[in-house]
Write a protein that binds this ligand. Structure first.
Ligand code: XUL
Ligand code: CO
Length: 480
C-alpha cells in the first residue's frame, strides 16, 4: 500500500516538474502553472492585490491608510538608512496561513486566492502572493516555518520533496530582487508526533525525526540566502514535573542544539542561530523562559558562542518583563540577535500577537536597538496577526503599515532622545560616585571587604541621593 502511494506520488511530482520545465520560470507570473488537482492557478496569472499599489512615504500629515507617515526607507537617521536600522520582515505563517480561527470559532478570512486545500498548488499560489505583498509593502525580508510554506506529506521524504519544490519557487521569485529570508525555522509543535516535545521528547524516535526536520529546514534556509535560523521550542517544556526528567530533557535539548550548530558549519551556513524565549503556551512551562534563563542555559552547556536570541515583545510581557527589559538583558551581554515585533494586550493573559501600535513601547525598544548599533543580520519580523474580525485583504497592508510606522516613530524618537543626551546624562550622574578613586578600585576588583569596611567606618553614613525617576519620565515622554 505504501509502495503504491509512493509510486503515485512520484508520478504526480514528475508531472509537476515536467509542467514546470515548460515554463521559463515558476516566478514568471504569466506562466499558466497548475500544480495539481487541488489548485486552480489559471485565474491567478495576474495580481493578487490588484487594488493596492506600491506603498509610498507621504509624511505625517497624510491621512492615506495605504501610505507610510513615518517610515521613509532611504532617510538617514544617525547616519544610517531607516530601512537598515529596521530590516522589516513579513511572517509567512500569520500573513498567508492565518485564517482568523480561534479555539472557539471557525476561520473568518476567505482570501480570494485560497481554494480551501493544503495542496502543493495552493502552496505555490500563496508563495506568489507573499512576494507580491512583500514587494508592494517595500520590504526586503520574510520569515517562514517549513510546514507553513509547503504541505506535510505522508512520509518525511514526501514532506522534504514538497519543501524542495516550494523552496525552488521561492528562490525563483527572489531572483533579481533583494528579498531574502530574515530567518527560517522548522515547525516542531503542530503535528501530534511532537506532543511531548521535539528535542525534549521522551521518545528517541521523535528526537531523531525532529533532527531530520531541522536539518532540512536549515538547508532550505541556506539555499534561499536566509540570514538567520530560529529555534522556538513551543513544545520544549513540560505540563507536569511529576512525569518529567528535567535534567534529561535539558541535556537532550543542549545536545540537539549542539548538533544543529555542527550541521550549520558542515552546511557552510554563515547566518546566526537564534533561540526564541517564551515562558509558556502551549506548554505550562517552556524551558527557554526568558532572555536571562535562555542565556544561562546556553552558558551552562557551553553554547553561548553558537547562539544568540530572537526576542518577541509579547513573549516578554508573558514572562512578566517589558520588551525593553528583554532587549537590554540580551544586549548588555552581546546576545541580541533579532526581534519578533508584536505586542500583547494589557488585559489579556495570552500571546495575542498584535501589531505594535504603542509609540512609547517602540521608543524603548529602539533605545536598545540603537545602543546595539542595529540588529543586522537580525531585523524586525512581524510575528503579528490580524484580529479575527479583520477580514478585508487591505487589512493585511494596513496592519503592516501601522506596525512599521510605529517602529519608525520609535526610531525617530529614540535617536532624538539619545542625541539630545539629557537622559544619558541623568544616568551617568547617578553612577558618578563610581568615578571616584574608591569606585575605580571596586570596579577593577582590587579592593575586598576588609578595605571596604575600613572605608565605611571612616566615611560614616552615606547621604540620600535622589533617583530622579519622575525627571527621567518627564524627559522620556517629552519625546513621544
Ligand atoms: C510562537 C512564536 C513562533 C516563533 C517561530 O509564539 O512566536 O511563531 O516565532 O516558531
Ligand atoms: Co515569534
Amino acid at each position: 500500500m505504501k509502495t503504491i502511494s509512493s509510486i503515485i506520488y512520484a508520478v504526480v511530482l514528475l508531472s509537476l516538474l515536467l509542467g514546470y520545465s515548460t515554463c521559463q520560470k515558476v516566478a514568471d507570473i504569466t506562466c499558466a502553472w497548475d500544480a495539481n488537482s487541488g489548485g486552480n492557478n489559471q485565474e491567478w496569472e495576474g495580481e493578487f492585490f490588484p487594488n493596492i499599489s506600491y506603498i509610498k512615504y507621504e509624511g505625517p500629515s497624510s491621512h492615506n491608510p495605504l501610505a507610510y507617515k513615518y517610515y521613509n526607507a532611504e532617510e538617514l537617521i544617525l547616519g544610517k538608512k531607516m530601512k537598515d536600522w529596521l530590516r522589516f520582515s513579513v511572517a509567512f505563517w500569520h500573513t498567508f496561513r492565518g485564517d482568523g480561527g480561534d479555539p472557539f470559532g471557525s476561520p473568518t478570512k476567505s482570501w480570494p486566492w485560497e481554494d480551501g486545500t493544503n495542496s502543493l498548488a495552493m502552496a505555490a499560489k500563496r508563495m506568489r502572493a507573499n512576494f507580491e505583498f512583500i514587494k508592494k509593502l517595500g520590504v526586503e525580508r520574510w520569515c517562514f516555518h517549513d510546514r507553513d510554506i509547503a504541505p506535510e506529506g505522508s512520509t518525511l521524504e514526501e514532506s522534504n520533496a514538497n519543501l524542495d519544490y516550494i523552496a525552488s519557487l521561492a528562490k525563483d521569485l527572489q531572483e533579481g530582487t533583494n528579498i531574502r529570508p530574515l530567518w527560517g525555522t522548522a515547525q516542531l509543535f503542530k503535528h501530534p508526533r511532537f506532543m511531548h516535545g521535539a528535542a525534549t521528547s521522551p521518545d528517541v524516535r521523535v528526537y531523531a525525526y525532529a533532527a531530520a526536520q531541522v536539518k532540512k529546514a536549515m538547508e532550505v534556509t541556506h539555499k534561499l540566502g536566509g540570514e538567520n535560523y530560529v529555534f522556538w521550542g513551543g513544545r520544549e517544556g513540560y505540563q507536569t514535573l511529576l512525569n518529567t526528567d528535567l535534567k534529561k530533557e535539558l541535556d537532550h535539548m543542549a545536545t540537539f542544539l549542539s548538533s544543529a550548530a555542527a550541521w550549520k558549519k558542515k552546511l557552510g551556513f554563515q547566518g546566526n542561530l537564534l533561540l526564541e524565549p517564551k515562558p509558556q503556551e502551549p506548554t505550562k512551562h517552556q524551558y527557554d523562559w526568558d532572555a536571562a534563563t535562555t542565556m544561562g542555559f546556553l552558558r551552562n552547556y557551553g553554547l553561548s558562542e553558537e547562539y544568540k536570541l530572537n526576542l518577541e515583545c509579547n513573549h516578554a510581557t508573558l514572562s512578566g518583563h517589558s520588551c525593553h527589559h528583554e532587549l537590554e538583558t540580551a544586549r548588555i551581554y552581546g546576545m541580541l540577535g533579532s526581534v519578533d515585533a508584536n505586542t500583547g494586550d494589557a488585559q489579556t493573559g495570552w500571546d495575542t500577537d498584535q501589531f505594535l501600535t504603542d509609540v512609547s513601547e517602540a521608543t524603548l525598544v529602539m533605545l536598545s536597538v540603537i545602543k546595539n548599533g542595529g540588529l543586522a543580520p537580525g531585523g524586525f519580523n512581524f510575528d503579528a496577526k490580524l484580529r479575527r474580525e479583520s477580514v478585508d485583504v487591505e487589512d493585511l497592508f494596513i496592519a503592516h503599515i501601522g506596525g512599521m510606522d510605529t517602529i519608525a516613530r520609535g526610531l525617530r524618537n529614540a535617536a532624538a532622545l539619545l542625541q539630545e543626551g539629557r537622559l544619558t546624562k541623568l544616568i551617568d550622574d547617578r553612577y558618578s560616585s563610581f568615578n571616584s578613586p574608591l569606585g575605580k578600585l571596586i570596579e577593577e576588583g582590587s579592593v575586598g571587604f576588609e578595605e571596604l569596611e575600613k572605608h565605611a567606618l571612616q566615611a560614616g553614613e552615606p547621604p540620600l541621593v535622589s533617583g530622579k525617576q519622575e525627571l527621567a519620565e518627564m524627559i522620556f515622554y517629552s519625546y513621544i
